[in-house]
Design a protein around this ligand. Structure first.
Ligand SMILES: CC(C)(COP(=O)(O)OP(=O)(O)OC[C@H]1O[C@@H](n2cnc3c(N)ncnc32)[C@H](O)[C@@H]1OP(=O)(O)O)[C@@H](O)C(=O)NCCC(=O)NCCS
Length: 214
C-alpha cells in the first residue's frame, strides 16, 4: 500500500498520489503525474478540463446545482484556456487540482504576492459534487502548499460581496474581512455584471493560527 509523496522538486511541493513510492520531478515528468489520483499541480494538458470545471462551477447552467452559483449576478464565461495555461506556467503561480479517478473534481490557484502573502482564487468544485466536504479539503491542501511553496504566513482572496453564504463559510474556515474592497469586474472580457453594485471584499486568513474547526 501505497500512498505517497511525489516530490515536486521545482518549487518543493508535496503531492499525495496512489501508486508506488517514488520521487517525481514535476518539470521533467508531467506525464507520470498526469492521471494520478489525488492532489497535484496542473499541467498544460489539463487546461481544457479545468476551463470546463471553472466555467460550470461559477456561472454555467450546471452551476445552479451547486450552492454558490453566481449565474444571476454575473454573465460571461469566467476564464479561457490561455488564462488557465498562464496560471499553470507562470512563475510564482500554482494551479492545484484534485483528481479522484474520474477526471478533475476540483481546483484552486495560489500565487505568491510577496511579503508572506499567497493569493487564493479560481476555486471550483464540480457542481454536482459540492456540499460534500471537497472544497474544505482543497482549502486545507492549499494552505499547506502556500506555506511550503511560498513561505506564506497569510492567504488572501477576493469574493463578491453579494455572495454572503460563501463569505460566511470562509469565515468558518478562519478567514476574516480586511475591510478592503476591490472593483468588479477584475477582467471585463470574462465577467459581465448582471446587476448594479457588485464589488469584491478582501478576505485574509493567517496560516499559523489554529486550524479551523472540522
Ligand atoms: C466554493 C466551493 C469551491 C465550495 O466547495 P464545496 O465542495 O461545496 O465545499 P464543502 O462541501 O467543503 O463545504 C461547503 C460548506 O457550505 C455549506 N453549505 C452547503 N450547502 C449550502 C447552502 N445551500 N447554503 C449555505 N451553505 C451551504 C456546507 O455545510 C459546508 O459548510 P461546513 O464546511 O462549515 O460544514 C464550491 O461551492 C464552488 O465551486 N463554487 C463555485 C465557484 C465559486 O464560487 N468559487 C469561490 C469563489 S470566491
Amino acid at each position: 500500500m501505497l500512498v505517497i509523496e511525489a516530490n515536486l522538486a521545482t518549487r518543493g511541493f508535496a503531492s499525495c498520489v496512489v501508486g508506488h513510492t517514488q520521487s517525481y520531478d514535476h518539470a521533467s515528468m508531467p506525464g507520470r503525474l498526469h492521471g494520478a489520483r489525488g492532489f497535484r499541480r496542473a499541467v498544460a494538458s489539463d487546461a481544457p478540463q479545468l476551463v470546463m470545471l471553472v466555467r460550470s462551477a461559477y456561472r454555467g447552467s450546471v452551476s445552479r446545482q451547486g450552492w454558490t452559483s453566481e449565474a444571476d449576478l454575473v454573465g460571461g464565461d469566467r476564464i479561457d484556456e490561455g488564462q488557465v495555461l498562464d496560471l499553470i506556467e507562470r512563475a510564482g503561480s500554482v494551479l492545484l487540482l484534485l483528481d479522484e479517478g474520474d477526471g478533475v473534481l476540483a481546483c484552486c490557484h495560489l500565487e505568491d504576492r510577496g511579503d508572506g502573502v499567497a493569493f487564493f482564487g479560481t476555486f471550483a468544485v464540480e457542481p454536482r459534487q459540492q456540499g460534500r466536504g471537497v472544497g474544505r479539503r482543497v482549502m486545507a491542501e492549499a494552505e499547506e502548499r502556500a506555506k511550503d511553496a511560498f513561505g506564506a504566513g497569510a492567504m488572501e482572496m477576493t469574493v463578491l460581496a453579494q455572495q454572503e453564504a460563501l463569505i460566511r463559510w470562509y469565515e468558518r474556515l478562519g478567514f476574516r474581512r480586511t475591510g478592503e474592497t476591490r472593483r468588479f469586474p477584475a477582467d471585463a472580457r470574462h465577467a459581465i455584471p448582471r446587476r448594479d453594485g457588485l464589488y469584491f471584499v478582501v478576505l485574509r486568513k493567517y496560516l499559523n493560527d489554529e486550524r479551523p474547526r472540522q
